[in-house]
Ligand binder design. Structure first.
Ligand code: AMP
Length: 215
């Protein structure tokens, strides 16, 4: 089964996807993480993606579709996987469906709903580990050792696209291009929703309940 995390930037998709991946022993596949890695390594993909990412806009479909198609062929995806940040628009959802039609993969999409005010606060106080991609919140979830990742000790950074201006664009992109996916998956009967305004553990418990009860 493919679990698809849906929700605006800052909803906690990455954190929840990581926790789920650990609990279910499935790979966590984040297009944002893959693109940031490509950017860091200055690959061709990274160079092409940079201007879009810096502006908070979507990277062209053909680039992300290609990285997803390749990633899903790997052995670790054979039991299922958790998609975080993909699909991001209707065209990507159609592309993904064409892959799943071939492999017979079923979808469970999980929408994490969070109020706009909470999102902006979370994103602007978010710190990220550039090595293991774990996220921390300066207000809600401070690190044990100031400014360092609890898991690997790497110095945390603030993502360039977590600046106020880029956050506004990312939210706009979400509402115009990504949110329509909710209706698409609702019509397919593969959509469930959780309230993401609550503490991380409570959201996680709700998600696991939905995953376990999904027929
Ligand atoms: P994220 O970490 O998911 O918030 O993604 C960070 C940035 O990477 C986004 O603002 C986009 O520029 C780009 N990105 C990530 N996933 C996709 C996708 N599925 N389609 C297009 N661009 C993406």
């Amino acid at each position: 089964m493919a679990v698809i995390m849906l929700g605006p930037p800052g909803a906690g998709k990455g954190t929840q996807a990581r926790m789920m991946a650990e609990a279910l022993q499935l790979p966590h596949i984040s297009t944002g993480d893959m693109l940031r890695e490509a950017l860091k390594n200055q690959t061709e993909l990274g160079k092409k993606a940079k201007e879009y990412m810096d502006a908070g806009d979507l990277v062209p479909d053909e680039l992300v579709d290609a990285i997803i198609a390749e990633r899903l062929t790997r052995e670790d995806c054979s039991r299922g996987f958790i998609l975080d940040g993909y699909p991001r628009n209707i065209s990507q959802a159609r592309f993904l469906q064409s892959l799943f039609d071939k492999s017979g993969t079923r979808i469970l999409s999980i929408g994490v709903k969070v109020d706009d005010g909470v999102l902006i606060k979370r994103l602007s106080s978010r710190w990220t580990c550039p090595k293991c991609n774990k996220m921390f919140n300066a207000n809600l979830d401070p690190t044990k050792i100031g400014g360092k990742c609890d898991e690997c000790g790497t110095a945390l950074i603030q993502r360039k696209d977590d600046s106020a201006e880029v956050i506004a664009e990312r939210l706009h992109v979400y509402y115009t291009l990504t949110r329509p996916l909710i209706q698409l998956y609702q019509e397919q009967g593969s959509y469930v929703e959780v309230d993401g305004n609550r503490p991380v553990e409570d959201v996680f418990n709700s998600i696991m309940e939905k995953v376990t009860n999904y027929e």
